[in-house]
Design a binder for this molecule. Sequence first.
Ligand SMILES: NC(=O)c1ccc[n+]([C@@H]2O[C@H](COP(=O)([O-])OP(=O)(O)OC[C@H]3O[C@@H](n4cnc5c(N)ncnc54)[C@H](O)[C@@H]3O)[C@@H](O)[C@H]2O)c1
Length: 265
Amino acid sequence: MDRRLQDRFSLDGQVAVVTGAAMGMGRETTLTLARAGARVVGIDRNADVMEETKAMASAEGLACSFAVADVSNRDDLMKVAQRTQEDHGRVDGWANIAGILRYSMIEDITPDHVNEVIAVNQLGVLWGIAAAASVMSNGGSIVNISSSGGEMPYPSLAAYGMTKAAVMQLTRTAALELGEKGIRVNAIAPGFVDTPMVRNTHLRADGSLDEAKRREHLAARAAQSPLGITGEVQDMAMTILFLMSEAGRFYTGQVMRPNGGVFFG
Ligand SMILES: NC(=O)c1ccc[n+]([C@@H]2O[C@H](COP(=O)([O-])OP(=O)(O)OC[C@H]3O[C@@H](n4cnc5c(N)ncnc54)[C@H](O)[C@@H]3O)[C@@H](O)[C@H]2O)c1
């Protein structure tokens, strides 16, 4: 590949923060951005599992550090932003990936269920944008994770779908507000990706994985795609890399849909 093209996708010399870094898309994004040359600060509330990401990064000699923080807590994210700025002198990229999945039919839904999902999936992204903007002094790129569930309704995912739709509108508002500081804000709305979040829905009461149920679910989701496939964490990490790099400089306020064609927008 031509060196000039490679440079457009390189994050050499940049500093990025990734939320949800312990597993799934957040883990893969942490490793991918670091492989692209960025110094990455990964944050998650699950300190134990984040140790696995830390070990993977360290085995590859990647420039990553990790901090425990809860994205639903604005102060936590402000502290991460300040600390990153102090330690590394700049913040160029911020990926708001942490999220939770909770099921309930509307007739049974409780305030606790709704408040928990809003606090993480919606306010967690709002606080992440605010924290990133507070330290991005030379422009930057913020990427928020929405979901195809923010555009396609699924039974028992009312609260989840509400928050993911909100992330799309929040992304547009933030793009308008932050554009004059040279900060780009985009969202990605992934289709189905086999991650621990999804695998948790295939656990039996005793905690073991119901492999037959898992395969059935994957096949049903693959059948929704014209390509007949489901997504992989790397598909999301590559989209985020594009949006964070110079190659994505003309994108802001957009929702990108790596979803295998299950929904066209
Ligand atoms: N997997 C899919 O099919 C899919 C599809 C569309 C969108 N998404 C979205 O992509 C994002 C990543 O999903 P995933 O499948 O990798 O999930 P995952 O459950 O595998 O990983 C999510 C990570 O977020 C962390 N997290 C959760 N709440 C947190 C909090 N309050 N503070 C800090 N960290 C927290 C978890 O500890 C975990 O490490 C989520 O926002 C999810 O809603 C997932």
